[in-house]
Structure formats: structure tokens, C-alpha cells
Design a protein around this ligand. Structure first.
Ligand SMILES: *Cc1c(COP(=O)(O)O)cnc(C)c1O
Length: 353
């Protein structure tokens, strides 16, 4: 495919790697491509990073037609740049698009776009272990009318943000609040799509959790508020009595690529992994009986994030003495090892550029 490149006249300097944080700085360029029904995708271009202009009636501003992805470009010790399972992100982008009546993108084109963009922004991939260039592909409906219908015009973009190590101060277990008022989504809804609307709907509970001193919420299912779903922007896993349990993908849970990778690694290590329904009652019982051995969230940003405390209806439960567990640590070492090229990628997950 043809991608027109217009380079910036004013390249920026990369901030110090120790000061990167998350999502605060942006690289020099961005990718943009337009879609019109009947015409398909056209005008693929990389342009200097900057503001965009939208019609005031643009669909995304009124009806929330927006989806996104999140993945990282990693720099290995020998200076090369690589991606982690990018086709999984591309496939999920198309699944999300289908759910939100947005146009899909040819998988081969989507990969070529990603590769071309990351190669151009190569200098923005930081060097130290744990740091990365966070890539944010996203798509939104852009019809210039207030009519409610499937999207006829859309825009696909990618921006890139150099990001610091998630664990600058070591891997400290987090405190999580189990939410039993708000729900994130329901089966039949948009839970399995990575869309902005899911986040807009979950911010209120997140704020309440923060006020009480918890970093994120653990969602229960939207129908009975009985089954464990996921944490904020991460999937969740528990080790109960030797069995590793993660909620099955019922349609209301986001199918995380880190989740999928953790399952494969754990099975390969010989652990018993069950993707099944896990009720809050079963979890509470396990915690009271001291059988909840480990709990962790998993997602691209943190890789794995051990959970040290869980709160449900104002009662707090401490997990593994608020220390990272053995399985969580193993997953962290193996996944980050593969991503930053420190250990051999026996899974064929790495996509070198
Ligand atoms: C992105 C995301 C995840 C994690 O998915 P990864 O592919 O592992 O990064 C989990 N839950 C939600 C709600 C998400 O948006």
C-alpha cells in the first residue's frame, strides 16, 4: 500500500528516560488514514504530530463510535526494535470495529502501516529495560451529520508515546476494590470490544476506589454482580489451592493478549489453568480459608501486577502477605524477558523490525 510521508520540520528532543511516565510525551509524527463507504480506506499518510480538526457534528463526538488498541515497541540490548504479537492487536481492532459498526482494515495493510510508522519513529523507542514506545492505534466514526446509523466516514490513526518503566520503584502489589454498584458492561454489550465508551462508563467507580485508597476496581458481571470479570484495564488471575483460575471470555470481558500469553506460558510450565466462571462467593471463601495463594492483573502496560489487598463491602483481605507471588514473578520474568529480548522466544511471539 502507499503511505505518503511528510516529515516534521521541527523534530523534538527525547525526554530523559527516567522522566517518561506514561502517555505524557508524543513522538514527532502520527499516522492518519480516511475511510468513506463505497470508497474504502484512502489517503494513508504519516504527518507531523499535531491537532486534528473535526466537524462539530462528527459521529464520535455525539455517539461515541471509537475503538482503540495498545501495544509497545521494545528495544533489545543489541539496539534492535521489536513488537510483541502485533497481529493479535490487529485482529482485535477488527473485532472491535465490527461490534461498533466501524470499518475493518485489511490485516496485511494494518501490519504494514504499523511497521512503517514504528520504523520512522525508531529514535523514540527508549533504551532501558522496562521502557518502551507505547503505540496507540485508534479509529473513530466521522460522519458529518447528527443522523444515527452505521458509520459512512471514519478515520484511523496511530500515535506513539515513549513510556517509562512501570516498575521504577520495584514491583509493589496493588490494592484493589471489588465494585458492587456500577458495572462495566453486560453480555451482549461491548465488553469484548476495546472501545472508549467502556472506559467512560467505568471512570466513576475508579474514582470512588481512588478516594478510598485503592488503585483500581475489580468488576463483577453486569447481570448478577456475582462473577469476577476483570480489573480496570487488566484481566485478572487467581491461584487458589494450586489451581490458576481466570474468568472465561463470556463476551463482557476484554480478551487480553497478555492474558492469552500468560495462559500459554503457565500451561507450558505445567500449571493447571482453568478459564471458567469464578463467583465472588468462591473467591471470598478461598480468602477466608487462606487458600488464595496469589492474585494478579495482566495487561500490556504493567505486564503483570500483583494484587496485595482486595476489598469487598468494606472488608479487606490481604493476599500473600502483600508480596509478589512465585507464579506472578515467573510470568513477569518470562514475558518481559521475551519482550525485551533477554530470553529466547520459543513461542514465536516477537515481531522484529
Ligand atoms: C486493553 C485491555 C486489557 C488488556 O489487554 P492486553 O491485550 O493484555 O493489553 C484488559 N482489559 C481491558 C478493559 C482493556 O482495555
Amino acid at each position: 500500500m502507499e503511505i505518503k510521508i511528510t516529515k516534521t520540520q521541527a523534530p523534538k528532543a527525547m525526554p530523559k528516560e527516567s522522566e517518561l511516565g506514561f502517555g505524557q510525551y508524543f513522538s514527532d509524527h502520527m499516522f492518519v488514514m480516511d475511510y468513506e463507504a463505497g470508497k474504502g480506506w484512502f489517503n494513508a499518510r504519516i504527518v507531523p504530530f499535531g491537532n486534528i480538526s473535526l466537524h462539530p457534528a462528527s459521529t464520535v463526538l455525539h455517539y461515541g463510535a471509537e475503538i482503540f488498541e495498545g501495544l509497545k515497541a521494545y528495544r533489545t540490548e543489541d539496539g534492535r526494535v521489536q513488537l510483541f504479537r502485533p497481529m493479535e492487536n490487529i485482529k482485535r481492532l477488527n473485532t472491535s470495529a465490527e461490534r461498533m459498526c466501524l470499518p475493518t482494515i485489511d490485516e496485511g495493510d494494518a501490519l504494514e502501516i504499523l511497521e512503517t510508522f514504528v520504523r520512522l519513529e525508531e529514535k523514540w523507542v527508549p533504551k532501558s529495560f522496562g521502557t518502551s514506545l507505547y503505540l496507540r492505534p485508534y479509529m473513530f466514526g466521522n460522519d458529518e451529520t447528527l443522523g444515527v446509523h452505521t458509520v459512512h466516514r471514519a478515520t484511523y490513526m496511530i500515535i506513539a508515546s515513549p513510556s517509562g518503566s512501570y516498575y521504577k520503584e520495584g514491583i509493589n502489589p496493588v490494592k484493589i476494590m471489588i465494585e458492587n454498584e456500577d458495572v462495566r458492561t453486560v453480555r451482549g454489550g461491548t465488553g469484548y470490544a476495546k472501545c472508549g465508551g467502556n472506559y467512560a462508563a467505568s471512570t466513576r467507580a475508579g474514582e470512588r476506589a481512588n478516594k478510598k485508597g485503592y488503585s483500581q476496581v475489580l468488576w463483577l458481571d453486569g447481570v448478577e454482580r456475582k462473577y469476577i470479570e476483570e480489573v480496570g484495564a487488566m484481566n485478572v488471575m487467581f491461584k487458589i489451592n494450586g489451581e490458576i483460575i481466570t474468568p472465561e471470555l463470556t463476551g463482557s470481558i476484554l480478551p487480553g493478549i497478555t492474558r492469552k500469553s500468560c495462559i500459554e506460558v503457565l500451561k507450558n510450565l505445567g500449571y493447571k489453568v482453568s478459564e471458567r466462571l469464578l463467583s465472588i462467593d468462591e473467591l471470598l471463601e478461598a480468602m477466608k480459608a487462606g487458600k488464595l495463594e496469589e492474585a494478579w492483573g495482566c495487561g500490556t502496560a504493567a505486564v503483570v501486577s500483583p494484587i496485595g489487598r482486595l476489598m469487598y463491602q468494606d472488608v479487606e483481605y490481604v493476599i500473600n502477605n502483600e508480596k509478589i507471588g512465585e507464579v506472578t514473578q515467573k510470568l513477569y520474568d518470562i514475558l518481559t524477558g521475551i519482550q525485551w529480548g533477554k530470553i529466547e522466544d520459543t513461542y514465536n511471539w516477537v515481531h522484529k523490525l
